[in-house]
Ligand binder design. Sequence first.
Ligand SMILES: Nc1ncnc2c1ncn2[C@@H]1O[C@H](COP(=O)(O)OP(=O)(O)OP(=O)(O)O)[C@@H](O)[C@H]1O
Ligand SMILES: [Mg+2]
Length: 497
Amino acid sequence: MTNPFKGLTIGTRLLLIVLVMMLLTLTSSFLLYSHFEVELLDEIQGQTESLSKALQISVQQLTSQGMSDDKLLNDYVQRLSSKGVKEISILSNEKQVVASSNLSKIGKTLGTARLPRHGNNVIITGTLEDDDTEFEGKKPYTLDIPIIVDNQKRGYVRLHLLLDDFQQIIHDALTRRLLATGIVFLVGMAGVVALSFGVTRALDQLAKAAGRVAEGDLSARVRSTRRDEVGRLGATFNTMVEKLLEQRALESRLRRAERASAVAGLASAVAHEIRNPLNLISLSIDHLGTEYGQADEARAAEYRKIIASVRHELNRLNRMVSDFLSYGRPPRLALRPCRVDEIVDEVLSLTEAKARDQRIEIVRTIPAGLPVVRADPEGLRTCFLNVAINAIQSTPAGGSLSVGAETGRNGAGESTVSVTFRDTGCGIAPADLERIFDPYFSTREAGVGLGLAITQRIVQDHGGEIKVDSSPGEGTTFRIDLPSRGPQTGAESLSAA
Ligand SMILES: Nc1ncnc2c1ncn2[C@@H]1O[C@H](COP(=O)(O)OP(=O)(O)OP(=O)(O)O)[C@@H](O)[C@H]1O
Ligand SMILES: [Mg+2]
């Protein structure tokens, strides 16, 4: 279930809390007051009825034959006591107790009753007066009521009243009101505390994430489901870090590209200068080999061995110079319809001897009838050769290299031909995976690190893509996707160049 308060601003929420608290306080006060009023009125009514009853009984007692019936009096007092009347006595004109609910007082003479002034008829009136009598340690109010029948004062009715019942009601009402107000404020405070706790926790999280970003860790993110200002702040923070990350990646790509282009420029300049003397050395070595052979057979064999190793190193130097030159040179693609399977076969026949020497099995699984691809065959040969040589260099004896091809479609929906090179070699460490296409990145001692950089550039110039998937210790798969139609943007200018 979605929380309807989630989208509210903190200000609105605080306002709501205060409003709810105010409403609750008002409602509870009103309800308590109404209840209290009803109870008080009931009590007063009860007391009044009791008093009139008591008086009625007393008058009956005084005016009836035999004056008093103690039992009857006691019965009434029992019933009245619950209404605050604690003791009733009937006094003669001489203030002597004629009858009383307190039997010990019968026959005793009590203090003077204050006599009110009155007319001729039966008038019942009373005055509250102090008395020594105490009930459960509480001092009662004493009410003396003269009884006048036929203009003749017959005696008094003395009532001892305890007004504690009223006090109890007032006290109860106060307690309840305090309790209700306390609960309302506790609820309000809990709401405010919960709100501020949520806000401070989210802000704390944000501060920690900002601290991490300040230290350069751009993986810091704020996780929050809030939709208020704090939630929006967190989302903006995340977007900001995302942008910083993009910018950092862009800067590093730019730096790499700048460095690569500077190095490539320098490398091709140097390679250009080296190429001519290299050619001269190569020709001279060939000449030495044919013209200046040794007569002595043993020395002739040694001589041929030295010439062969110099030639081998010269070839390596030549290859490096070509790599430097081709990487530093703008792309030149001579596009024409090519049969990818034929180019792969050419490459495999070139690497066959090396693979055999290293006891690596080459498995060819290219289906017949692959569509023709518009491409530069020299460029593709370089690509396939670089990838195949890398695989053979990285695979120990007894391993295998499987070369396959298939048709498919790329992200733009164009039909493609994909060539895969799967080896069972040492694999690539995850940290190196993103650097293998960088120029001059190599883990091999004799490697220049241009093979894959050149390959990637040629593939991209064809509008294709090269992908790698590797598990260290298990092997590596390179996949080259080429669009059948060839490069779509600037293709003609590239091929014409
Ligand atoms: N099939 C593979 N298995 C394991 N590692 C590979 C494989 N192919 C490439 N690599 C890694 O990628 C790095 C870069 O390859 P790249 O071909 O660009 O350079 P190189 O082979 O080291 O040198 P060269 O310029 O002579 O080709 C290699 O040094 C190697 O660490
Ligand atoms: Mg290589």
